[in-house]
Design a protein around this ligand. Sequence first.
Ligand code: FAD
Length: 350
Amino acid sequence: MNSAGRRVFSALARPTLRNATTPSFTRSPAALRRLLSALAILEQRDGKLNTGSLSAVSAAQKLGGSVHGFIAGSNIKPVAEEAAKVEGVEKIVAVDNGAYDKGLPENFAPLLVENIKKGGYTHVVAGNTAFGKNVMPRLAALLDSQQISDITAIEDDKTFVRPIYAGNAIATVESSDAIKVITVRGTAFPAAAVGSGSAAVEDGVDPKADSATEWVSEDLAKSDRPDLSTASRVVSGGRGLKSKEDFDRIIYPLADSLGAAVGASRAAVDSGYADNSLQVGQTGKVVAPQLYMAVGISGAIQHLAGMKDSKVISAINKDADAPIFQVADVGLVGDLFEKVPELTEKLKKA
Ligand code: FAD
């Protein structure tokens, strides 16, 4: 790894301290387009484009150069054609091979290396999703680049902003690597629109390398509820719920009355009240819905790291000094076992 490839301008300050010598976009848009080209990695599952990965496209567009999309898997043509409609993408590079269906990093990273070499890209951008977190570090190692993870803003083509210490500080980092390998925080870059784009679809290079790794099976939690990562409303429950029965009895009806996804604090997950796929926070999902309701959650820094960018935060807690009230726009101090069923009834009637 190239340890000199990244320079941190500022880390322990909020808001970010800007270095006066930080270069900004001084080149003309035309010059940038000649110099820069980004490959945005698009994810697919079972032949469907994962719209969560479209944040990578909107981030790539902010770099100012041309943007190509990359997609791989079995029977890839229909999903590649769908991806070609993504606005702002000039070309889709598609590889049709079932070996890439599950995004195994041991197979996917060498595949990307070949296609990056062929396309001469200066930037490779993926969502900070389970796939992105799995594949991009391996890709960066193969390219001898330092990966820049979970960025929330782009200052110019080599300077990026990312939260560190559970969002408690903001680092501005500059990369001097020839190929910059980046993952983007989905809540910081709106998904690129799928609609009027008309990118060309081109076959990518498939190294068909022998791999010691093969996909065996998966066990997925199924739910008809809105997806926690992308829902516009989220109701989350914490340890204050006291038991799984009470979590189910109190949180789900409130979420249903709002058409909301359900989330949970880590303490609620660790206590067995909720599945760990529902955990919000530093080691769970990062969400930024229009409305986030925290019920019986104290507001530990690790929880805030996953929800503090929500548009409106409301909290119900019996402790008026709970830290959650410091970030809440609307707070209700009271016993959740009394207040939440009351609120749910009113919302149902409304
Ligand atoms: P508590 O802190 O126990 O709070 C329960 C709250 O419920 C209290 O404020 C209490 O006043 C209130 N309450 C109790 N009874 C009632 C009632 N009847 N009515 C109303 N209110 C009531 N946490 C996360 O959430 N997500 C993460 O991703 C995460 N990652 C972590 C990573 C690391 C490395 C570490 C060290 C910790 C992490 N944590 C994470 C844990 C975090 O530090 C907290 O322990 C956790 O968030 C606390 O969850 P809680 O608020 O539900 O529980």
